[in-house]
Design a binder for this molecule. Structure first.
Ligand SMILES: *Cc1c(COP(=O)(O)O)cnc(C)c1O
Length: 234
């Protein structure tokens, strides 16, 4: 029953939960206000199964084909699937058929397709809007520019099959995460005045979850600190 891999995941998961609890208490927040989403990309469905045994109930994936296959293999488990990766327009409807939450919505041309996928499975789809934290004036690689967020939010709530739940962001490579998530908190404050029920904030990964929790993250997306390092991308 208990394999070396299971023991390893038990230990890294416990260490991560401790980091989350420590960061929450340092920010005067309750640890249960922060949901751990374990990002399982590149790791097999067998790891997802072990994580579910260890009490994980939210998992994240960033590539459609891999996510679709893993969600199908783990369909018997009671898991919430978060899609957190860059979304190709022509894959959006397919992602909405297995994801419980799409966190990476960053442009209007995804919305009708996501809504169509959700309707096909006869359930409303939770969405987060991914905000770019790239410094103003630079190219926004992933995420909607903060000054275009309000319009994208309006376009999102116009779809009955989509439920706007909040925001997601990634600290830019090389940036100070404390500064980046501080800006995110300001953006979120403005957003919440228009959409007070969209209270989720998905921010923080293995390297910067403490800073994200300090600035209000309700969901952290942690991969390598739990599962180990991935093969290099690109
Ligand atoms: C891979 C990934 C993560 C997890 O990153 P780690 O540094 O391994 O914790 C979080 N968010 C997104 C969007 C990702 O693609």
């Amino acid at each position: 029953m208990s394999t070396p891999r299971a023991e390893q995941l038990r230990a890294t998961l416990a260490a991560t939960r401790e980091r989350i609890a420590g960061a929450a208490s340092a920010a005067d927040r309750a640890p249960e206000d922060v949901t751990l989403v374990v990002v399982t990309k590149f790791f097999p469905a067998s790891d997802v199964r072990l994580l579910a045994d260890l009490g994980v109930d939210h998992v994240g994936e960033n590539r459609h084909q891999e996510a679709e296959a893993k969600a199908a293999e783990c369909a018997d488990l009671d898991l919430h699937w978060h899609f957190v990766g860059g979304l190709q327009t022509n894959k959006a409807a397919a992602v909405a058929r297995y994801a419980d939450v799409v966190e990476s919505v960053d442009r209007a041309d995804l919305l009708a397709r996501l809504a169509r996928g959700a309707q096909e499975r006869d359930a409303a789809l939770d969405v987060l809007l991914q905000v770019s934290l790239d410094p103003p004036g630079t190219e926004h690689r992933h995420g909607v520019a903060p000054d275009a967020l309000a319009e994208l939010a309006e376009q999102t709530v116009a779809h009955a099959a989509l439920r706007l739940r909040g925001l997601m962001a990634v600290a830019p490579l090389g940036a100070d995460p404390d500064e980046a998530f501080g800006r995110l908190a300001e953006i979120r404050a403005g957003f919440l005045t228009d959409h007070p029920e969209a209270t989720r904030l998905s921010a923080g990964m293995s390297g910067d979850l403490e800073q994200a929790i300090r600035h209000g993250a309700t969901h952290v997306r942690v991969g390598s600190a739990i599962l180990g390092s991935r093969p290099p991308v690109k």
